[in-house]
Design a protein around this ligand. Sequence first.
Ligand SMILES: Nc1ncnc2c1ncn2[C@@H]1O[C@H](COP(=O)(O)OP(=O)(O)OP(=O)(O)O)[C@@H](O)[C@H]1O
Ligand SMILES: [Mg+2]
Length: 269
Amino acid sequence: MSVKTSLRASAHRTYTNIVKAEGLCVSFGKVQALTDIDLAIGRNEIVGLIGDNGAGKSTLIKALTGVVRPSSGRLYIRDELVDLGRYSVRRAHALRFETVYQEKSLGEKQPLWRNFFVGRQIVNRLGFINVREQRRIANEILQSHLGFRSLGIDANSTVSNLSGGERQGIAIGRAMHFDADLLVLDEPTTALAIKEVRKVLDFVRWIKESGRAAIYIEHNLAHVHALADRLVVLDRGRIVADIRPMEMDLEELARFLISLQHPHSGIAA
Ligand SMILES: Nc1ncnc2c1ncn2[C@@H]1O[C@H](COP(=O)(O)OP(=O)(O)OP(=O)(O)O)[C@@H](O)[C@H]1O
Ligand SMILES: [Mg+2]
């Protein structure tokens, strides 16, 4: 499906929230990583998730995308209650959730055309992978959606030859191609050069413009403050703020985050 077609499809979706968590808790053995999470993400909202290392950000998106199973609470997708016992990454894919994980999300030694179709190979009638079709679609994504034409990257390029920003772009482009309604990005700009960061931020804007939603973990406060419709702050497994950027300027936000680290230092939130 082309981006144009999927744009039209997005415009007609009728749910209020793409995803909503109510009282969600996640534990790993004795570690309670998330406690009583209430969070709703609207159909065309970019939500920035911030908080200290270990605050529970990655765990939260893993719970929303079927990677980890919550110990209690409720999850709604497109306003419908999800059976948590049967929720999985595969199910989340089928529901058009796509995740670009903090860990490497693309296989290093694979050519791009193979990479685009991990977990969802196109096969012919005999069950063999349809290499030609996968190459054709990969080239289409690269050229028409990602504008990579001039950079000498094509479907046969190996992932290890790409810059960090290009990798993130390709992971996002793949998600767009599969017509994701929710994009989940775990620190997409970490360790990237400034030019690359800009590319990734442009991709995030593109998500918004195409009528989709995103939940986006970012350590750079200036970026997330400029880009997100809403900012959700996690601290030791709990949501401690859920605001619109206009309600708190960048400096106030930074002070608030510092006050979480030093609760007794007298620094005001
Ligand atoms: N698979 C796991 N097994 C045990 N504990 C885990 C597991 N995953 C996360 N944790 C713990 O849960 C807590 C939250 O971790 P999480 O990875 O969600 O933090 P984060 O906010 O994404 O941090 P960072 O900014 O460093 O990526 C931490 O205490 C972490 O050690
Ligand atoms: Mg993390």
